[in-house]
Design a protein around this ligand. Structure first.
Ligand code: HEC
Ligand code: HEC
Length: 239
């Protein structure tokens, strides 16, 4: 695995870093260079619905850029990606983020919903109204009414595999190396949820059909903007 990833990282670095011209016949475009990424983040649902690989096409660019920097800088952990992104500059990561943000791949069909009607009802309340008693805003207040994210920093919640959603919450709640080492608005919310709620969310979200578009920052209330300040005020993403 390590060796394969090393080869991939040479492709990604491209001729510019290797100080050589591109091999003849292969155009040196960003699309060519990010081929190693599409092995796992491809245009089809390669390993089936339970695959762990998250979709990245069409996610807001600022969000993707932040995640790429997090993987490179060891603030979010996945070994293959850490090796691939090592040594890449912020400028290059921004270009890669903007490239994937601009892609429009088709979304998978929704997963079968196996939750009880009581569970579905409590998920809908959590998603659209939150739980003021526990200081949990509605998920839709930050992720947009359609849950398709808010540009440029908040990702869509739809079209993600069950195993991936469950793992992200695990990462935030355990504060381990995977995600959430530097607490932010999302990791704080994840810590307030019960394990039952997390399990139900990981079933409910993938069962929703994907429709709608990402919203713009104006939909966020000043209070929510304040709450996510550590993410929104990170430097480097062009406004
Ligand atoms: C060997 C498979 C593999 C390769 C190759 C790979 N990734 Fe990933 N990527 C993953 C996995 C698995 C995750 C989820 C890790 C986690 O749970 O934190 C991920 C997460 C991401 C995320 C965060 C997605 C989100 O919604 O938070 C981005 C962005 C990303 N990858 C971009 C890339 C780019 C760009 C490349 C090429 C430079 C790449 N990946 C190469 C497997 C891969
Ligand atoms: C206060 C605003 C806010 C609220 C409320 C909120 N989120 Fe988030 N969420 C964010 C931000 C910001 C991110 C991006 C985190 C990052 O940059 O690492 C995020 C990321 C996520 C992700 C990661 C998606 C991916 O592609 O990896 C999931 C899953 C998620 N939120 C689920 C939820 C759910 C479910 C709720 C409701 C229980 C919720 N969020 C409520 C702000 C919020």
């Amino acid at each position: 695995m390590k060796f394969i990833v090393f080869i991939l990282s040479v492709i990604l670095s491209g001729p510019a870093m290797a100080q050589q011209p591109a091999p003849s016949g292969i155009p040196d475009t960003l699309e060519q260079r990010v081929k190693p990424c599409t092995i796992c983040h491809g245009d089809e649902d390669r390993a089936g619905r339970d695959a762990y690989y998250p979709r990245i096409a069409g996610k807001p660019a600022g969000y993707l850029f932040n995640q790429l920097r997090n993987f490179r800088d060891g603030k979010r952990y996945y070994q293959a990606m850490a090796i691939l992104l090592e040594n890449l500059s912020d400028e290059y990561l921004l270009e890669i983020a903007q490239y994937f943000a601009s892609l429009k791949y088709p979304y998978p069909e929704p997963a079968v919903n196996t939750l009880s009607s009581a569970e579905i009802q409590s998920m809908e309340t959590l998603i659209h109204s939150g739980d003021p008693g526990r200081d949990i805003p509605a998920c839709s207040a930050c992720h947009g009414k359609a849950l398709m994210g808010v540009k440029p920093y908040i990702p869509s919640l739809l079209g993600l595999p069950h195993a991936y959603v469950a793992a992200q919450f695990g990462g935030w709640r355990n504060g381990g190396i995977m995600r959430g080492q530097t607490p932010d608005c999302m990791s704080e919310i994840a810590k307030k949820l019960s394990q039952e709620e997390v399990n139900a969310l990981a079933m409910w979200l993938p069962a929703q059909p994907v429709t709608g578009e990402s919203a713009e920052m104006e939909v966020l209330s000043p209070e929510l903007v304040q709450r996510c300040q550590t993410i929104f005020s990170r430097e480097g993403f062009p406004q």
